[in-house]
Design a protein. Structure first.
Length: 71
């Protein structure tokens, strides 16, 4: 997901299937709905993003299961 616009009560974001593609769908939701969406999201590091951009990330690798902060 890429946040496109952040307002007081609403968030506009674009959901992307691939970081290397600009194809995606725009969505507009309330902040409360957006927070519920990202509650179970996994944050990836800048290094992981760079690997995805150049296409050297292992597609078979499992994403991390722990949330940041040890929760």
């Amino acid at each position: 997901m890429r946040i496109v616009r952040l307002e007081r009560l609403e968030v506009q974001y674009k959901s992307l299937k691939s970081l290397s593609s600009r194809d995606g769908q725009h969505h507009t939701v309330t902040k409360k709905e957006f927070c519920r969406l990202i509650k179970t999201a996994i944050l990836i590091t800048p290094e992981e993003i760079k690997k995805m951009w150049v296409g050297i990330a292992d597609p078979e690798a499992a994403p991390p299961t722990e949330k940041p902060g040890g929760e």
